[in-house]
Design a protein around this ligand. Structure first.
Ligand code: NAP
Length: 293
């Protein structure tokens, strides 16, 4: 299968590199052409300067771009080069409704659309160990499976188009809650005068064990927040969760509280930091002796 890749960002750059290492990458496209040129120079994979030409040269195109409007713009751009039997695999995090809209827009070309958002952070993208949650036609998913298994270790189809994004939204609510719990508890531990690296080493093997505690806890207590996953991207995801819950006439407390906190981080110009910078607000509580928030 000839595979193309669109969006060589923090996630997509590593995902495309893994496809190239597996000998499965035919072409790349990046909106900022300098990034594409550099990737092409390093990997030997040709850079395309328009999306339709990339789609025309490939059997499947994987994209990993920022937000809903970007996915739809890329889908529109690809459509001129798509035809029956081709696949478009979107690994961005967007709403389930955007996935369905992209599938509707591509339907006249005959190409199949799969929403395949990922979880596992930049480390998972680099190591090819992402969890991938797919939505779409089962036969199309089985055709995409070999390439998805290069990108991730846990690849599952959850239902029709949109089901992958709905699962990802579920994941993002959990990440918000885990970030709240880990950052608040470690700020508390600091206030108790505990030896924080040893606390993390001890607790990460107990009932509170989590990927987040293991991988982000040490950065939090060192006051460093390297990416990771940007606050502004998690904000985007939680806005998606908020809108999806609103369809059920529900406001979710973890989503609302975390959006409130992230708005403060954005206002303090920390939007480009990893979401573990929530620790800033939690440790500030102890500095201020603030009992309310
Ligand atoms: P990023 O580093 O900001 O990269 C975004 C990529 O999308 C860039 O290559 C950008 O091109 C491209 N792009 C954006 N808008 C575009 C458009 N309208 N047309 C064409 N290309 C466009 O973001 P990221 O961290 O890789 O995240 C990408 C997606 O994966 C997001 O939906 C995010 O929520 C999701 N995700 C991220 C993580 C994480 O830990 N970072 C984990 C799981 C899922 P330029 O180079 O021109 O800007």
């Amino acid at each position: 299968m000839k595979v193309g890749f669109v969006g060589l960002g923090a996630m997509g750059g590593s995902m495309a590199r893994n496809l190239a290492s597996a000998g499965s990458l035919t072409g790349i496209y990046n909106r900022t052409t300098a990034t594409a040129r550099q990737f092409a120079a390093e990997s030997g994979v040709p850079a395309f300067t328009d999306l339709a030409s990339l789609a025309g040269a490939c059997d499947a195109v994987v994209l990993c771009v920022s937000a809903d409007a970007d996915v739809l713009a890329v889908a529109d751009g690809l459509s001129g080069g798509l035809s029956s039997g081709k696949l478009v695999v979107d690994c961005s995090t967007v709403s389930a409704e955007t996935a369905r809209e992209a599938a509707r827009r591509l339907a006249p070309t005959g190409a199949a659309f799969l929403d395949c958002p990922v979880s596992g952070g930049t480390e998972g993208a680099r190591d090819g160990t992402l969890a991938i949650m797919a939505g779409g036609d089962e036969a199309a998913f089985e055709r995409a499976r070999p390439l998805l298994e290069i990108l991730g270790r846990h690849v599952h189809r959850l239902g029709p188009v949109g089901a992958g994004q709905a699962t990802k939204a579920t994941n993002q609510i959990m990440v918000a809650g885990i970030n709240q719990a880990v950052s608040e508890a470690l700020a508390f531990a600091a206030a108790q005068g505990l030896p924080l690296p040893r606390v993390i080493e001890t607790l990460r093997n107990g009932a509170a064990a989590s990927w987040f505690l293991t991988h982000r806890g040490p950065n939090m207590v060192a006051g460093r927040y390297p990416l990771g996953f940007k606050v502004e991207l998690h904000c985007k995801d939680l806005e998606i969760c908020r809108a999806m819950a609103a369809h059920n006439n529900v406001q979710l407390p973890i989503v609302e509280m975390t959006l409130h906190h992230y708005q403060r981080l954005l206002a303090e110009t920390h939007g480009d930091e990893d979401i573990s910078s929530l620790y800033r607000l939690k440790s500030a509580l102890f500095e201020a002796g603030d009992r309310r928030d």
